[in-house]
Design a protein around this ligand. Structure first.
Ligand code: FE2
Length: 249
């Protein structure tokens, strides 16, 4: 199924931004088709966006233990109500036809955060997602459109310190399934001069910290054919946001 028109999406990550957590967000961003959370965000933030924009919300968890109750006065961690957890899953949005998949957390670098994974665990998630992705390629002409993660792939938008290295396993995943775009957070970019996206094969890998509004461009209708290359969507950046400062730890 082709996307008939430009599909604007709002992607958020890592920090609650007052420009988004605002009474005027509906006036400014009411045309987005969905909200995507890339992790390390309080549940209340995503629930606010779901209510304010009245759009579906998809998310992955970040690596921090307190993200689900941070800033929302809860004593118990709770997943955001009315939102879809993409961690280790492949989901097709019924309104836009976009196919989304996600990987949560970050590579393991310490013992104090619960959502950290060794590469073997990411490979296991990939193995469980592969049948659905291959079916999508046969049925829709592409495995997926948007990969949502908290951490970037290794050596793409990541850093060399142990806490901000990316997943090595995402590199073969991108080569095999070729999503049009990967959205991630985890690497806090406060310096506007630093690049926020890189191309990896057919995929544009975008760091959305703290938020971005992106227009997914339509792709031609695909005729599902065994062995045919996937048809990728394009993506253009409508607005980007990154406060000027230095990189956060
Ligand atoms: Fe993180």
């Amino acid at each position: 199924m082709a996307i008939p028109i430009l599909t604007p999406i709002l992607a958020v990550s890592d920090e609650t931004d007052p420009r988004i957590h605002s009474a005027t967000v509906r006036e400014r961003m009411g045309d987005v088709a969905m909200v995507i959370g890339c992790g390390d965000l309080p549940s209340g933030y995503l629930e606010f966006l779901a209510d304010a924009l009245n759009r579906p919300v998809y998310y992955v968890l970040g690596n921090h233990a307190d993200e689900l109750r941070r800033g929302c006065c809860r004593t118990q961690a709770a997943k955001p109500m009315g939102a879809t957890d993409l961690g280790g899953r492949v989901v097709r949005d019924p309104q836009t036809g976009l196919i989304l998949a996600g990987f949560p957390g970050s590579p393991r670098y310490g013992e104090h955060e619960p959502a950290q994974y060794v590469e073997r665990e990411i490979w296991w998630m990939m193995a469980r997602m592969a049948p659905r992705l291959l079916w999508n390629r046969l049925r829709h002409g592409r495995a997926l459109d948007v990969l949502v993660t908290h951490a970037p792939p290794r050596h793409v938008n990541d850093r060399e310190d142990p806490a901000h290295r990316g997943y090595q396993a995402l590199r073969p995943f991108l080569r095999w399934f070729q999503p049009a775009v990967q959205l991630h957070g985890h690497v806090h970019l406060y310096d506007r001069s630093l690049p926020t996206e890189q191309r990896f094969g057919a995929t544009r890998v975008v760091n959305v910290f703290p938020y971005k509004v992106l227009d997914l461009e339509p792709f031609p209708a695909a005729t599902p054919t065994v062995g045919a290359p996937p048809v990728a969507t394009g993506i253009s950046r409508r607005t980007a946001s990154a406060p000027a400062s230095t990189e956060a730890p």
